[in-house]
Design a protein around this ligand. Structure first.
Ligand SMILES: [Zn+2]
Length: 336
């Protein structure tokens, strides 16, 4: 049976820069209609000039592909309304990283005192700029996200007109928070719908499945799967596809990140089929919910999948994807 997905969107994507950008950007641009591009470069994307020049470098890397880049700015609590007005047309959202919590986040936020954030978050509310958050504390690795949920709730209740996206959620606590606050939304990755910590470290260590936030318990995965498969209107797909060179992953200091963008749509089709979920829900999870949440109108692109084995390459450039040398049961056979 063929499946057609209209304008699939990846609402959380790392494209990096330089040579890596040239390898990975065309892979996303091929099958997705657009993506929210994360700003954690060195130095971070935190000025209008940096946003515009990064967007240009991405567009150069993808050539004439039919793909929209939804740019983000690296959050700083010093942004004024005047500055945000000047950059409003160049960005789709602003991404907040707690300091030092993931790749290139050293310049992030270290306290979450409402008074320190008020001016910037009020301005974002007024200008209708969503705030994307990597929600983890500096606590014990398995508890970091659940410990951060009260921060999400504090921000959501203090800034009721601010759209807050809980990025790449991995726990049942985050899923539960979705229904408590009207202005909380979430992205969910492919890998967190499939793996638990057991797959990363339960047997031989699997560096290509090591990521932040780390995969959690089976009951967490079940909670994520439930809202993804039913296409809960407040959740959307964000791959958090995060490429690193093979030698940075297969290393005594393994970098965090799973590279999924070239296999994500195919593997999601298989996942929805495995769980007998309606294909309309896959369409919502991969595009329609994000359009409604972000109020965006993506370019038109139809991705046609067939139930035919897709043998995943062992690498793309020097990046090893999830399911390298393995088989996925759906292939993309046409893109219009
Ligand atoms: Zn990310």
């Amino acid at each position: 049976m063929n499946i057609t997905i209209k304008s699939p969107l990846d609402m959380h994507l790392h494209l990096r820069d330089g040579d890596m950008l040239k390898v990975v950007a065309p892979l996303s641009a091929k099958s997705f209609a657009g993506a929210v591009i994360m700003p954690n470069l060195v130095p971070p994307v935190d000025t209008k000039e940096a946003v515009v020049s990064y967007k240009n470098r991405i567009e150069e890397a993808i050539g004439d592909s039919n793909f929209k880049t939804y740019m983000t700015l690296f959050f700083k609590p010093t942004y004024t309304k005047e500055f945000l007005e000047s950059v409003r047309d160049d960005i789709t959202a602003i991404k907040l990283y707690p300091a030092g919590i993931t790749t290139n986040s050293e310049g992030g936020v270290s306290g979450f005192e409402i008074d320190d954030l008020r001016e910037t978050l009020n301005a974002m509310s007024e200008l209708n700029i969503p705030l994307c958050i990597h929600g983890e504390t500096n606590g014990f690795v398995m508890d970091r996200e659940a410990e951060f949920v009260p921060v999400y709730e504090k921000l959501a209740s203090n800034f009721p007109n601010l759209k807050i996206i809980m990025e790449h959620i991995t726990t049942k606590e985050s899923v539960e928070a979705l229904d408590k606050f009207e202005n909380l939304y979430a992205t969910i990755t492919l890998h967190h719908l499939i793996i638990t910590l057991d797959d990363v470290a339960g047997g031989m260590l699997e560096p290509h499945l090591f990521c932040k936030p780390i995969a959690k318990r089976p009951e967490d995965r079940e909670a994520l799967l439930k809202v993804a498969l039913e296409a809960h209107p407040k959740v959307m797909f964000g791959s958090d596809s995060a490429p690193h060179p093979q030698d940075a992953k297969e290393s005594s200091h393994c970098s965090a990140g799973v590279f999924t963008s070239p296999i994500a749509i195919e593997r999601l089709a298989q996942l929805f089929e495995d769980n007998n979920a309606p294909i309309e829900n896959l369409q919502k999870f991969l595009s329609d919910n994000a359009q409604a949440i972000y109020n965006i109108n993506p370019i038109s692109k139809e991705v046609i999948l067939e139930k035919r084995d897709f043998i995943v390459p062992s690498s793309y450039g020097d990046v090893v994807p999830m399911y390298a040398d393995d088989k996925i049961l759906y292939s993309i056979t046409d893109i219009k």
